[in-house]
Design a protein around this ligand. Sequence first.
Ligand SMILES: [Zn+2]
Ligand SMILES: [Zn+2]
Length: 178
Amino acid sequence: MQSIKLVPVLPVSIDLLRSLCAPLEAEYRLPVRVDAAHAFDSECAFDVSRGQCNSSVVLAELLRLFPGHDGKLLAITSVDLFIPVLTFVFGEAQLNDLAAVASGCRLREEFYGMASDEGLFRERVLKEAVHELGHTFGLLHCRDFNCVMHSSTSVDEVDIKGAHLCAQCAAAVPGRRL
Ligand SMILES: [Zn+2]
Ligand SMILES: [Zn+2]
């Protein structure tokens, strides 16, 4: 049976991952579990010259840890992620495949010199988690601003978009029952 595993990429709060389970189950109608036993350190993906972690290396490590896995794997971390052609990414996913990663680093108000807002932070992490998982289910970016699959390149764009899949994107998730 399909399922979704959330894997901590340290440093990250396990409690944050736990808080994602129920809303992700509601969105994808699949069992969602935190797999703390497979937690790994972001150090393996750290790029000294950039001071950030390479999200593609995180995905490769995730796949290495789960050979033959047939469910979805979502790594969650608090470190800043990049791909070589971009300054940063909120996350990265394999399209219509197994693995995705999302970072909370730039989703915290503190990152922008503002006062901490834990509720807003968690709302943003959930949006990015639903978004990256959407790509693993084969969803592309959506033009609907209310849809969580709308692309976001800044935190303002994360805040503007909705927290859920639009009807069209939801219908395109294989096996998702209404
Ligand atoms: Zn995307
Ligand atoms: Zn959509």
